[in-house]
Ligand binder design. Structure first.
Ligand code: ADP
Ligand code: ASP
Ligand code: MG
Length: 412
């Protein structure tokens, strides 16, 4: 007997036919005494459409006063797909029950639209499994201490699935999606990208953090915390996909980097002409932190030594821009900034790999690849296992392909 958590993303359950196909596939693979929990996302582009709907009330719905209501709205998407999938199982003669995040005891923080899972008390799930039900759980959502629905950030169903697998001590966690696994770059941008057999939590977390949307970063952290291997695979065939785990177990070609990630959802903010004195950066970034806005690449440069003036440039997630603009408008007056510039048409391209530790020249090769593609680098930042460059959004395809071809020539 195995207890398995299987997660199906939005494109896997985009229509009622696809929902029936998912139910059929699960039943075809299920052994008689297997216990199965299925986590599902909202159908197709439902979440985007719900956000658009809110945009009809206010063009910028991701603002402080609206966030609780945004969660109330967005959680309805997953509620539709769990009900339909549970009905599909029943139609096929399999007892099943749908449960929301709150019903499976998923407790979250109260930071609406960016909730974090604080704990899971999955007694109800165990009870329903023991009654012979397949349990169909709404991804992307939990409830806070007031019982209010809270969503886990875009792509959050991955995190729901891995967290549930951990809390249930599941034997396996499978993430079914519209690609056959984790690739050396987004296959939509690099069609000849190579599928990995395995990738470590460490490298996958960095890939995800830098924009590889196939897994939500928090879900990889959860996997590592519970030490539960995650199998990322296709909904539409039964090929083995990619296993995300603590360490490599198979001989894989020893590339210096594991992959190229890109993120189009970034905004660049330049706070220009700020006084060069203690406390300025603190005032600016504390104001953003107070409203839960994550700041990414940060560069401070001295513009004018004589006049003692600095420029502070940084990036944030595009989603946070409306709120950030408000906060920065207020703070830039406080810190006496000369002006603020916002650029939305930017992208971050990154290389990731533990192999680059102790491999000098990797960054230079990346910059060379960008130069060959005639892509100008705006900001550079590094971590232990990654190098990132901010480039023009319109050049992201050339940038990613050129870097990929530099490091993975044999997959051409
Ligand atoms: P789901 O709805 O199943 O959660 P997502 O759209 O969130 O699916 O994630 C799958 C998508 O992630 C793929 O269609 C692919 O375009 C994108 N992606 C980005 N980077 C990678 C990568 N390195 N490997 C695989 N897929 C990637
Ligand atoms: N439906 C949510 C989203 O589109 C959660 C998910 O798909 O993982 O972000
Ligand atoms: Mg996803």
């Amino acid at each position: 007997m195995a207890l398995v958590v299987k997660k199906f993303g939005g494109s896997s359950v985009a229509t009622t036919d696809k929902i029936l196909a998912v139910a059929n596939r699960i039943l075809a693979e299920k052994k008689a005494d297997d216990k199965i929990v299925v986590v599902v996302s909202a159908m197709g582009k439902t979440t985007d459409k719900l956000i658009e709907l809110a945009g009809g009330i206010d063009a910028e719905p991701y603002k402080a006063g609206y966030l609780r209501e945004m969660d109330m709205l967005l959680t309805t998407g997953e509620q539709v797909s769990i009900a339909l999938l549970a009905m599909a199982f029943k139609k096929l003669g399999q007892p099943a029950i749908s449960l929301t995040g709150a019903q499976v005891g998923m407790r979250t923080s109260s930071v609406h639209t960016k909730g974090r899972i604080l704990g899971i008390k999955p007694k109800r799930v165990h009870d329903e499994l023991n009654r012979g039900n397949i349990v169909v759980v709404a991804g992307f959502q939990g409830a806070d201490k007031f019982g209010d629905p809270v969503t886990l950030g875009r792509g959050g169903s991955d995190t729901s699935a891995v967290a549930l697998a951990g809390a249930l001590k599941a034997d396996e966690c499978e993430i079914f999606t519209d690609v056959e696994g984790v690739f050396s770059a987004d296959p939509r941008i690099v069609p000849h990208a190579r599928k990995m057999k395995e990738i470590t939590y460490y490298e996958m977390l960095e890939m995800a953090r830098l924009g590889a949307g196939v897994m939500q970063p928090r879900s990889v952290e959860m996997g590592q915390y519970f030490n539960i291997p995650i199998h990322v695979r296709s909904t539409f065939n039964d090929k083995t996909g990619t296993i995300i785990r603590e360490d490599y177990t198979v001989e894989d070609k020893d590339f210096e980097i594991r992959g190229v990630a890109h993120d189009m959802k970034v905004a660049k903010i330049s706070v220009l002409g700020v006084p060069n004195k203690p406390g300025v950066a603190h005032t600016l970034f504390k104001a953003l932190a107070d409203v839960n806005i994550d700041v990414d690449m940060i560069v401070q440069s001295i513009r004018n030594i004589d006049r003692n003036i600095n420029d502070i440039v940084f990036t944030i997630a595009l989603n946070d821009l409306p709120e950030a603009k408000k906060i920065i408008g207020l703070t830039s007056e406080k810190i006496n900034a000369a002006s603020v510039l916002v650029e939305e048409d930017m992208a971050k391209v990154s290389i990731v790999g533990a192999g680059m530790l102790g491999s000098p020249g990797v960054a230079a090769r990346m910059f060379g690849a960008l130069a060959r593609a005639d892509v100008n680098i705006d900001i550079i930042s590094t971590s232990e296992i990654s190098v990132s460059c901010l480039v023009k959004g319109s050049q992201v395809t050339e940038a990613v392909n050129s870097i990929h071809d530099e490091f993975f020539p044999e997959s051409l």
